[in-house]
Design a protein around this ligand. Structure first.
Ligand SMILES: NC(=O)c1ccc[n+]([C@@H]2O[C@H](COP(=O)([O-])OP(=O)(O)OC[C@H]3O[C@@H](n4cnc5c(N)ncnc54)[C@H](OP(=O)(O)O)[C@@H]3O)[C@@H](O)[C@H]2O)c1
Length: 342
């Protein structure tokens, strides 16, 4: 058994080391999985750069999602079986050949399901599903703004909003990504390196015109987006990618800029306009409402099996090229999901 350990914050080239591990027996509500592939998530980049508060002290094994086979079961796990092929949300520990994780973050998949594709279902699609269905309750015909829409969670949100016949404004950072968004059915793709998303939408349909906003960038993006929010609108905040910048060095200035960029709000302004800002953090969902996490994961697997959602895999790296995969994600080259294969 072995795992890539995060040993040092900073550049991906010096951050990881492959080490042997001795995994304990799974506890009563855990399963042990032999891993085929593990996924990358932007939170992993934040953890590597030292921005992720929930990350355990180094050295540690990060990684949120795996696809593999159950090889051991805790004695209170009733809905899963040894030998089943599963997706799992691992809450760290994913960059590993074997992992123990809570049964609430594990759902069986069909034998023939492509492993890399299925990895996207565990974290990115479940996060998008929780945000779009549980928190935001998207309705048919609503106008929706999705930031970083070509990313892993972004692609999932686009597909879930399309299912509801929403009108989608989606941002991305390059013209290649814009082509991808068009193919995904985004009605108004916006290259936010060329056009300010706020000006673009204001000129087209005016302020107070968007019913649901999904933000993973944070700071002044949220402040500007709120001006576009319609009465009865909702804004889900689930990330702050802006903090990462484009450097491997941690920057207090960028952290403060992002923090102050959010601006100040009064509860009465939301009450008066019947609006809401909703925070989404799947770690908290897993810790405090594990049955909701399980429900989201089960429902995305059902949607996938029925062909209603189609995860897009950007690239499959060999696990030994983990540093390269991290760089690829941090440098904003990926569309959809990035995966490493053992
Ligand atoms: N709260 C939760 O429970 C939860 C769960 C999963 C993910 N998330 C968050 O959701 C977001 C998306 O996650 P993901 O794993 O699907 O990643 P991703 O969207 O596939 O990759 C991140 C994308 O963010 C955009 N971006 C904007 N500013 C950036 C910056 N300074 N540095 C790098 N990228 C930047 C880039 O797209 P463009 O080139 O188009 O700008 C990049 O491709 C992340 O913020 C992540 O932390 C939160």
């Amino acid at each position: 058994m072995k795992a890539y350990h995060l040993i040092k914050n900073g550049s991906s080239k010096t951050a990881f080391e492959l080490r042997k591990i001795n995994l304990a027996e799974p506890t009563k509500e855990q399963v042990q999985i032999e891993v085929e592939v593990f996924g990358l998530n932007f939170a992993d980049v934040m953890a590597r750069l030292g921005y992720y508060k929930a990350c355990p002290p180094l050295p540690t094994v990060i990684g949120y999602d795996v696809v593999g086979r159950i090889i051991k079961l805790g004695n209170e796990v009733k809905d899963l079986k040894i030998g089943q092929r599963v997706i799992a949300l691992t809450r760290f520990g994913g960059y590993s050949t074997h992992v123990n994780t809570s049964c609430y973050g594990v759902v069986a998949i069909e034998e023939e399901t492509d492993a890399a594709t299925a990895t996207a279902l565990a974290t990115q699609y479940s996060t998008a599903y929780y945000a779009a269905e549980h928190s935001m309750n998207l309705h048919k015909g609503e106008r929706v703004l999705i930031q970083a829409a070509a990313g892993g969670v972004g692609t999932a949100l686009v597909q879930l909003a399309k299912r509801k016949d929403c009108i989608i404004y989606g941002t991305a950072g390059s013209n290649e990504k814009l082509e991808y968004l068009k193919k995904q059915g985004v009605d108004f793709p916006i290259n936010y390196t060329e056009n300010d998303f706020y000006d673009f939408i204001k000129d087209k349909i005016g302020e107070k015109s968007i019913d649901a906003i999904f933000d993973s960038i944070g700071g002044n993006y949220v402040k500007k987006a709120l001006k576009l929010l319609a009465p009865c609108g909702r804004l889900a905040m689930y990330g702050a990618a802006q903090i990462a910048g484009d450097s491997d060095k941690k920057s207090l200035i960028r952290q403060l800029k992002t923090l102050f960029g959010f601006g100040k709000y009064r509860p009465t302004q939301f009450f008066g306009n019947s609006q809401a800002i909703i925070g989404v953090n799947m770690l908290q969902v897993g810790d405090y409402k594990p049955y909701i996490l399980k429900k989201c994961m089960t429902e995305v697997v059902d949607l996938y099996n029925r062909g209603e959602i189609k995860p897009v895999v950007s690239k499959v790296f060999d696990a030994k090229d983990l540093a390269e995969a991290h760089e690829y994600l941090q440098k904003r080259k990926s569309v959809g999901k990035l995966v490493c294969k053992w």
